[in-house]
Design a protein around this ligand. Structure first.
Ligand code: NAD
Length: 292
């Protein structure tokens, strides 16, 4: 039986770890706060009291942490994953972080005979619960092949996109597209409401044409009802648009629409909406129109 050490049992990591248990893996989970570990134990996993305990005898280590500094400290830190992982283990980092940090993790891991993949995900909490995530994977081809069973247990569309860091670059593009799409759906809703149109029927017909999108389908009802329970928090999307902007600068590429939506997301955080679902960007756009 493959032993999996899983670190970061939050909105995404919790259900991903539960799906690995359901697929027959022996999963030892660690999280900074204990209730999330207790939940995994109730779902049939094992609880770990430290990073060391989670990864000591693991064949595969999965991390699902908020941001680059979290991965740097949990993976590269003195008492971190690479200090305790056994030779030959496979590290799969599913967090959304900067591509350059993923490349650094892969380099340090290789020196310790641990192979590392960056494998950020898309599909939200529902995709995590359903085991239906899209997973964009960067790293060596043989490591990707070795990760197959674990990634298939949590994802539906799993694609190797290139060497270390490439998964994060593709994820950054994903976040650029999603943020822009949310911004336009929010603007369209404000526009339709100002004209007194029945927005339920309007989005029904818009969803069937070229304007349709998964974002429109998943987010329009919440926006219309002003329900912004996360989901994917604005503060995390703000972090991701920072990754897009710095990675675009590194590549010498301009992303004008990305910069605009990034400023709106930053303003939403500054206005105290960081803990709302990213569809709550609607509130920031409504503020510009004096309707919120
Ligand atoms: P979350 O905040 O719900 O989960 C992160 C978990 O990591 C928390 O339970 C936290 O306690 C734990 N943690 C943080 N630092 C730790 C440490 N040092 N040691 C142990 N545990 C630690 O966040 P999330 O929504 O699950 O997102 C995780 C990652 O996935 C982020 O990079 C995010 O951008 C990405 N992501 C999220 C979604 C979504 O819809 N929520 C979708 C796709 C990708």
């Amino acid at each position: 039986m493959t032993k999996v050490g899983f670190i970061g049992l939050g909105i995404m990591g919790g259900p991903m770890a539960a799906n690995l248990v359901a697929a027959g893996y022996e999963v030892a989970g660690y999280n900074r706060s204990q209730p999330k570990v207790d939940k995994l134990i109730a779902e049939g996993g094992k609880g770990a009291r430290s990073v060391a305990e989670a990864v000591d005898d693991a064949d595969v280590i999965v991390t699902m942490l908020p941001d680059s500094p979290d991965v740097e400290s949990v993976v590269l830190g003195d008492d971190g994953v690479l200090a305790h992982a056994r030779e030959g283990a496979l590290l799969i980092d599913c967090s959304t972080i900067r591509p350059d940090v993923s490349r650094q993790v892969a380099e340090v891991a290789a020196k310790q005979h641990v192979q590392a993949l960056d494998a950020p995900v898309s599909g939200g909490e529902k995709g995590a619960i359903d085991g239906a995530l899209s997973i964009m994977v960067g790293g060596e081809a043989d490591a990707f092949a070795a990760a197959g069973g674990v990634l298939d247990a949590v994802g539906k569309t799993v694609v190797h996109v290139g060497p270390a860091g490439s998964g994060q670059t593709v994820k950054a593009a994903n976040q650029l597209i999603v943020a822009g799409n949310i911004g336009l759906v929010a603007e369209a809703l404000g526009f339709l409401e100002a004209h007194g149109v029945d927005t339920d029927s309007a989005f029904q017909v818009l969803g069937g044409g070229l304007a349709g999108s998964k974002v429109l389908d998943a987010k329009n009802a919440g926006m219309r009802a002003r329900q912004f329970q996360p989901g994917f928090r604005i503060e995390l999307h703000h972090k991701d648009l920072g990754i897009v902007q710095s990675a675009a600068r590194d590549a010498g590429v301009s992303t004008p629409l990305g910069s605009l939506v990034s400023q709106l997301m930053a303003a939403a955080v500054a206005q105290g909406d960081g803990s709302l679902d990213h569809s709550g960007l609607f509130r920031q756009i409504a503020r510009l129109n004096g309707t919120e």
